[in-house]
Unconditional design. Structure first.
Lengths: 139, 139, 139, 139
């Protein structure tokens, strides 16, 4: 039961006039967590996936609960686990914490798509095996 | 039963290497719809709210279903309705369509907060009345 | 001697923790001014240019003087003029003012490029004629 | 003669429909290089500077030459040197390369400002000493 971990600092570019992270910037961070997961855990870089193979993993649905604001200089600790691996989709649970305090919880459904036909595609077996190895314990 | 309408073109800055809107950019657009709603419908500009009154309306929760991709040059037609107005919160339903085709549906809960204390605050009566006038028909 | 005019409000998404426009956001606005100029003045949309014809107009060089900060709620009035039209390039002068006060002056050199070969391309005659009609008076 | 070095990957969020870095995203990276320089080399975090001391270092002028495009998956190697340290300003030369190929050269002038009065402020002696130690060899 592996969990993927990632860390990024809250930088000036993420913050709004209230001095806290502007929530659209969280979605750039969420995308970066997913992109880094595919690069490091699945060994499938977005360059290889998008440019060479003309595939993508857009979100079909995403729901985010914001528990507490994050501020300039905070360090965010992210985890990513895969709740369910479907034929062409994957439900992910992504969480961010700062100094041990929960900041946001993301539930998102990725779909593997052929970018030229904009149709879904089954996960390659190798990729499915990695996704399943990141299943979150149902406890 | 009023519905707030807003329109924006999909520009180059919104699009990813697949030539479609990169989903974090949708959240900037969603924020712009909410900001324009407060400015035009509620007559409460984000400058007045954030800088003068030190209040904000961060999202406590947001869930988005992406129905179809949007492409460079599409024109997005947005609507915003208020599903439920709570003491210090409001549930909004925001939809975007392009050329009559549904692109995304957003359900978000805004909370009015005091930016200095980071505590929730009851809607002023005047604002509550406007929010209630944008209730979506429950049909 | 035509000058292209464009207007946009400073929105929440543009502002930093100091409550002023974060300068990378100005470059998104500058790109939007150029994109709108090509769409409206040249009648060459970025969709047509980039997706259909596989051409682009990246900046080869850009220099910006920031005269005064812009704040949330300001309305920016932009102008664009073409200083010099070269074989495959164009020198543009783009200015933004808010409430009559100069905010920034941009001098940028665009180059028309073939996106597949990443090589420069001569302006089509029709486009060159429009660019030349937006020459700024040398006075 | 110290030079500050920084590295970042080109990620999906930086790239445009042509598959190359959209130039406004470079300015976010440039700001991140400057922010990291102040944090690590000057030991003056943007949180401390902006939020606690209410000071900022906006660009007064910035000029960028783009030598070659950067693509999704490239790793950018940045360097920052201080050309000249004035009373309240600093001229910086920031360069990015990818795989040893020059991508862009930035010449920018930062000004230390009091964010409440929006007036320039002399560098603290400690900060000036660090800035001067990053002077680029005039060779």
């Amino acid at each position: 039961m592996a969990v993927f971990a990632h860390r990024n600092p809250v930088m000036f570019q993420h913050c709004d006039p209230a001095g806290i992270v502007f929530y659209p910037r969280y979605f750039e961070m969420i995308n970066a967590v997913v992109e880094t997961f595919f690069d490091q855990a699945v060994a499938w870089s977005f360059h290889q996936m998008h440019i060479v193979e003309r595939l993508g993993v857009p979100m079909g649905r995403i729901a985010v609960d914001f528990h507490a604001p994050s501020r300039l200089g905070d360090v965010l600790d992210w985890t990513l686990a895969v709740d369910r691996t479907g034929g062409a989709s994957a439900d992910m649970v992504i969480r961010a914490a700062g100094g041990g305090e929960a900041r946001l919880t993301v539930r998102g459904t990725l779909v593997l798509v052929d970018l030229d036909k904009m149709k879904s595609r089954r996960w390659p077996d190798r990729v499915r095996a990695v996704l399943e190895s990141y299943a979150e314990d149902a406890a």
